[in-house]
Write a protein that binds this ligand. Structure first.
Ligand code: UT7
Length: 349
């Protein structure tokens, strides 16, 4: 059974740079707090009307397809990971199929938030390994800036996130031992409400969402989409940051070690770790725990913020473009986020 390899990779980030100081116009925050707690200096925000999650994905995909030496017509499957789709439904996969004038191929959308890209890669990997498809486009793209609470109330979430897209083309590997060695996917729904966007949804607070204390039962039972939701700012993501942080610093190293031990490697064998860019402090914690030197961990959250499903393909692309990943390198991708879900992939580049 051939392994699957990343044959081409591309990224797209909007031109609009938003610094920490720019955010001070909207909320009570400051550059020092943001840098100290997250490492973020600036992020990109998509153009309000001209750029969407899908248009950014299409730009990243065009580059990945060209670098893979193929064409959009030759792509035989799409897997698209995002939590900020253009539409509630249909998903972004079909919009990419349309925009790139592809054949009537399958298009699958993955909803695994920060772990979305690694989940998507794992799905594509299975299709390549079984021989069902030969040329799969895997995308992570997010336009967070349209749906964040830019008041002081939402500052713990809104300063973190940014927009952008990354894409890869997966093909059967032609060299022995090259490609994706293994992928590892996990979830624990116990803390699903710790990092979530509850509305609009069918839950009617069945699960006890975390920011519903000021609603009475009648309001809640009438709640697919209501005026109260807008009045009480219930249409924004909710995050218990410290709880997420505590779990992330345990699960990141665990899932990386799982991938390494599956193929008989140890952390010293890693040439490049690409962690999901959740928070620079989380990446530094993981680096320390695995005793990796600075040149073996790639971080670009300082420039782009947390781009959720897009962060790994953007970082992987940038590391590769900078010549920091070379043929034969052992590359590990790892993610943790809402769900909670977490995942890793180990690749021989
Ligand atoms: O990729 C998705 C997965 N998400 C994550 O991995 C996020 C993980 N968690 C984190 O990165 C951190 O928890 C945050 C960066 C979100 C927050 O950092 P923290 O050190 O955990 O801060 P905190 O939430 O405990 O808040 C500390 C203080 C609070 O003030 P008081 O109650 O101590 O007076 C907050 O109100 O900081 C305040 N605060 C802010 N101050 C200035 C929260 N957000 C801000 C802000 N600017 N943007």
């Amino acid at each position: 059974m051939p392994l699957s390899k990343i044959a081409g990779i591309g990224k797209y980030v909007p031109a609009n740079v938003v610094t920490n100081n720019d955010l001070i116009k909207y909320m009570d925050t400051n550059d020092e707090w943001i840098q100290e707690r997250t490492g973020i200096q600036e992020r990109r925000y998509a153009h309000r009307t001209e750029e969407t999650t899908t248009t950014m994905a299409v730009e990243a995909a065009k580059i990945a397809i060209e670098r893979a030496g193929t064409t959009a017509e030759e792509i035989d499957f799409i897997v698209f990971a995002t939590l900020s789709p253009d539409y509630y439904f249909p998903g972004c996969g079909v919009l990419v199929q349309r925009a790139l004038k592809m054949k009537e191929i399958g298009a699958l959308d993955v909803r695994n938030q920060c772990s979305g890209f690694v989940y998507a890669l794992s799905v594509a990997d299975q299709f390549i390994k079984t021989g069902m498809y030969k040329n799969i486009l895997v995308i992570g793209s997010e336009k967070h800036s349209f749906g964040l609470d830019f008041t002081t109330r939402g500052r713990n979430v809104s300063v973190i996130f940014g927009d952008g897209a990354g894409a890869v083309v997966l093909q059967p590997a032609d060299k022995e031992g090259q490609g994706i060695l293994s992928t590892h996917l996990h979830s624990d729904g116990e803390s699903a409400e710790m990092l979530a966007m509850y509305n609009p949804g069918s839950h009617a607070n069945h699960w006890g969402a975390k920011n519903y204390a000021d609603f009475d039962d009648a309001e809640i039972s009438d709640m697919f989409m209501s005026h109260q939701m807008i009045d009480k700012a219930q249409l924004y993501p909710f995050m218990d940051g410290p709880a997420v942080f505590k779990k992330a610093v345990v699960k990141f190293p665990e899932v990386i070690m799982e991938a390494l031990s599956k193929s008989g490697y140890s952390s010293t064998d890693i040439n490049m770790l690409i962690p999901h860019q959740a928070n620079l402090r989380i990446s530094q914690f993981v680096q320390q725990k695995l005793r990796l030197t600075d040149d073996k961990v790639y971080n670009n959250i300082q420039k782009y913020g947390n781009t959720t499903a897009a962060s790994i393909p953007i970082a992987l692309c940038e590391a590769w473009e900078e010549g920091k990943i070379r043929e034969g390198d052992l590359v590990c991708l790892a993610a943790f986020g809402s769900g909670f879900t977490w995942a890793s992939a180990l690749l021989k580049w």
